[in-house]
Every structure is written in structure tokens, then in C-alpha cells.
Design a binder for this molecule. Structure first.
Ligand SMILES: C[S@@+](CC[C@H](N)C(=O)[O-])C[C@H]1O[C@@H](n2cnc3c(N)ncnc32)[C@H](O)[C@@H]1O
Length: 284
């Protein structure tokens, strides 16, 4: 075994500290993951613990916020779908002003800063203003929700690609190429798609995706309150309305959703027997 594999976490953290100290007057865009505090990276944890100021979003879970040191200033930028506590321009200005004042600034975002997180805009503004901006990736909601519900995003026999798509455009409906999204043998993950779900399903069906395509709606993925609902594309809007699905929630659309098994239903597993022709097909 490689000796580095055996280093305890504390030693790894010390090594990481030596490699990239968190300097004053810099901005760190840090992904907080989808909610489960244990999905935070070691680097994110270290950077948070060395912060002077943390500017955080609505989607950052309480468990992650609890890791911010008592002596760090916490600023709630609170971006919810209809209620932006601070506008994007104000956030950009705030980050730069705090860094220019010599603070170690952590901009803490749900999931990953570069996946529907406007991290690109914040980074570009910092760079324009001459502020060094580091990025620490986080587990994006699609990956967190897929793992927490046991739905693989790709599968050799079911989906050769996966697309992360926004369900929300500037005028409501997203500006996407529906015929590309309706192609077979891929998985679609819609972020911010709950409000527009009736339109999303209509457009996909109109462009050729069967109404019987399985869909999962995952609310508060990876968190103790996680809820997973399954349906078909043609009934998607209905189930979301009936079940009063709330933000944050995302949609996984594609045949891989057929692999979802609620824990209570484990006996329903339908993997083929090892000596069956189906198994041979799957493993070849
Ligand atoms: C503005 S986007 C931010 C995405 C984030 N940067 C990421 O990488 O996950 C917000 C959307 O992400 C999805 N989302 C974030 N956290 C989630 C969670 N824990 N469970 C389900 N969906 C989540 C929802 O679709 C929500 O509307």
C-alpha cells in the first residue's frame, strides 16, 4: 500500500495547508455540496475553517454552516428563486470589497459553484478587479441526489450520456434544444425545473420522448428530509402538484430511474440471476 494512503485525516489536512494557504485579501468560491455535511471535501472544510468572512447562499445546509468558526463574520446572501436577499451585482461588489479590505473571503454555495451556481460570474468579476479567486468544487445536486436515491446517472445498457439542464430560463421556460434532449439512451437531470415541469414534459414528449419514460423527483436530496417520488413523464406535472413538491428538488428523467428501489421495497430487486441469459448479456 502507498504510504500516503495510510495518512490519517489530520495529517492530510496539515499537508493540504502547507500546499495552499488561505491568504488574506483573496476570495474562495467553495462548493458546499447538496446538504449532507459529510459530502463536503477536506479542502472545503479547511478553507471554511480559515475564513474571516463567509458569504453563503440559501441552499447551504445548517450542518455545513455550523462548521464556520465563531470568529468569522457570516453574511446571508440568501438567493431563493423569488427572493434574492442580495442581487448578483451586490454580491460581486461585496466579495471584492471584503477582499480589498484584507479579509479571507469564502463564498459558500450549494452544490458546486460552477454548476448553475453563477460561480463563473463571481470569479470573472473578482479577476477583473485584480482579486485572486480560487475555486473549490463541491458535489453537485445531480450527483448527490443520484447517489442518495440509488439511481445511476449512466448505465452501460440504459444511458450512454447524462445532461445537466436548467429547467428555468430568463422568461420562465428554458432556451434549450428539445430535440437533442428528447434523444434516446441518455439521462436528463433538470435543476430548477419544478415550477416549469408541466412545460418540460410537454416539450420532451412533443419532440419524441415517450410519455412512459420513468422520472424521479428528488426533494432535499442527501438531507434527512429527502423525499423521492417516481412517475412517468406524462404524469410529471400532476405528481408534483399532488405531492406539493418544494424547493430544492430536481428531476431525473430516463430509463435509469427504473433502477430506483425504495429501501422498504428491497425484495423487489429485479437483477437477473447469475446463471440466466440476461445476466450474460449484461456482463458481456
Ligand atoms: C441555483 S441551482 C444551484 C445548483 C448547485 N450549484 C449545485 O451544483 O447543485 C439550485 C437547484 O439545484 C437543485 N438542488 C440543489 N440542492 C438540492 C438538493 N439537496 N436536493 C434536490 N435538488 C437540489 C434544485 O433543482 C435547485 O432548484
Amino acid at each position: 500500500m502507498n504510504t500516503r494512503d495510510m495518512l490519517p485525516i489530520a495529517q492530510m489536512m496539515t499537508l493540504a495547508n502547507q500546499r495552499s494557504p488561505v491568504f488574506r485579501g483573496e476570495v474562495w468560491l467553495v462548493g458546499a455540496g447538496p446538504g449532507d455535511v459529510e459530502l463536503l471535501t477536506l479542502k472545503a472544510l479547511r478553507v471554511i475553517q480559515q475564513a474571516d468572512v463567509v458569504v453563503y447562499d440559501r441552499l447551504v445546509s445548517d450542518a455545513v454552516l455550523a462548521l464556520i468558526p465563531d470568529n468569522a463574520l457570516q453574511i446571508d446572501a440568501g438567493k431563493s428563486p423569488c427572493n434574492h436577499r442580495l442581487g448578483q451585482n451586490e454580491i460581486n461588489l461585496l466579495l471584492v470589497d471584503l477582499a480589498l479590505a484584507g479579509h479571507r473571503v469564502v463564498r459558500l454555495k450549494g452544490g458546486d459553484p460552477f454548476i448553475f451556481g453563477r460561480g463563473g460570474e463571481e470569479m470573472a468579476y473578482c479577476q477583473q478587479q485584480g482579486i485572486v479567486c480560487h475555486i473549490v468544487p463541491g458535489i453537485t445536486a445531480a450527483m448527490g441526489c443520484a447517489a442518495a436515491s440509488g439511481i445511476p446517472l449512466t448505465h452501460r445498457h440504459l444511458a450512454q450520456s447524462v445532461r445537466f439542464v436548467t429547467g428555468h430560463g430568463t422568461d420562465g421556460e428554458p432556451d434549450v434544444d428539445w430535440s437533442v434532449l428528447a434523444a434516446a439512451r441518455q439521462t436528463l437531470v433538470f435543476y430548477m425545473g419544478i415550477a416549469t415541469s408541466p412545460v418540460l414534459s410537454q416539450r420532451l414528449i412533443a419532440h419524441g420522448l415517450p410519455g412512459s419514460t420513468p422520472v424521479a423527483v428528488i426533494e432535499r436530496g442527501t438531507q434527512p428530509q429527502q423525499r423521492v417520488l417516481t412517475s412517468t413523464l406524462d404524469a410529471l406535472g400532476e405528481i408534483i402538484a399532488q405531492e406539493h413538491v418544494e424547493s430544492p428538488a430536481l428531476l431525473i428523467i430516463g430509463d435509469v430511474v427504473g433502477m430506483y428501489r425504495p429501501i422498504a421495497g428491497l425484495p423487489e430487486m429485479t437483477f437477473p440471476q447469475m446463471d440466466s441469459p440476461e445476466y450474460a448479456l449484461l456482463t458481456n
